[in-house]
Ligand binder design. Structure first.
Ligand SMILES: O=C(O)CC1=CCC(=O)O1
Length: 262
């Protein structure tokens, strides 16, 4: 557990694995912190250098007042990777994390040699939808959104398990400004044109029951990049790395092998 000062925020990050391991960077979704990846990490091949971080306004990172821009989120990630000397990573981004992946690959392809776009898209939702969410979180707090968030994040089977409470706790302990700030960044993002210009190995992962970024939306984005692979994890929602870590880790491992990262 460490803090890195970008100049305007301090980012909580964590590195696991050997210094000379092939780097894999994980960027998590709106309302989650780096613990999102805990279920899959023990299932990945040994010897990787695993880099995780809490984006601004999330987890143990500092929380500037909303709104944030996608440019700032991309720049935070770029600065952290430069600080850690990470290049040629496989970058795994889920939801807003996948937007950060697209923005970073467009800006600094030297940092990313292959990417996983998980439960994400070039554009997510509409400005009106995000304006409603920002208003709700600012006026009534994140708790007022929590039940609807659980419905989008998880398929019915998982919602019936005791583990649901842990993830609900994660989101309800999320700072309102961090949630509103990142919602504003998503609202202002449309990466269709830059992502269509990207040329790198890409894997799309979708959850069959995802209420935020349904499989067709994820596929539309990864199909912008010629040669991309695409995989749907059945009976999962927006966070398939939590709901079916075994399949998620297997698909990710196969991709890491296909690009020569392991
Ligand atoms: O809709 C949600 O709550 C999930 C989500 C949308 C963008 C993101 O990062 O998470």
């Amino acid at each position: 557990m460490k803090l890195f000062d970008t100049g305007d925020v301090r980012l909580h990050y964590r590195v696991d694995g050997p210094d000379d391991g092939a780097p894999v960077v994980f960027a998590n979704s709106l309302g989650t912190d780096m613990r999102l990846w805990d279920p899959i990490l023990p299932l990945l091949p040994k010897g990787l250098r695993i880099i995780r971080f809490d984006k601004r306004g999330h987890g143990l990172s500092t929380c500037p007042p909303a709104p944030y821009s996608m440019g700032a989120l991309v720049s935070d990630t770029e600065k952290l990777m430069d600080f850690l000397g990470v290049k040629d990573s496989v970058f795994v981004g889920l939801s807003i994390g996948g937007m950060i992946a697209q923005g970073l690959a467009t800006k600094r392809l030297d940092l990313i040699r292959a990417m996983v776009l998980s439960n994400t898209a070039a554009k997510i939702g509409t400005p009106e939808m995000w304006a409603d969410r920002i208003k709700a979180v600012q006026e009534n707090g994140i708790e007022s959104l929590a039940d609807a968030i659980m419905e989008r994040w998880f398929a019915a089977d998982f919602r019936a398990t005791p583990e649901l409470e842990l993830w609900r706790n994660m989101v309800t302990r999320q700072e309102n400004d961090g949630y509103a700030g990142c919602s504003a960044a998503i609202s202002g993002t449309d990466f269709y044109t830059p992502t269509a210009g990207l040329r790198l190995p890409c894997l799309g992962i979708a959850g069959s029951e995802d209420g935020s970024t349904p499989p067709d939306l994820v596929r539309e984005t990864v199909d912008l990049i010629p040669g991309s692979k695409f995989h749907i994890i059945r009976k999962t929602g927006h966070l398939p790395c939590v709901e079916n870590p075994v399949e998620y880790a297997q698909v990710l491992t196969d991709f890491l092998k296909s690009v020569g990262h392991v």
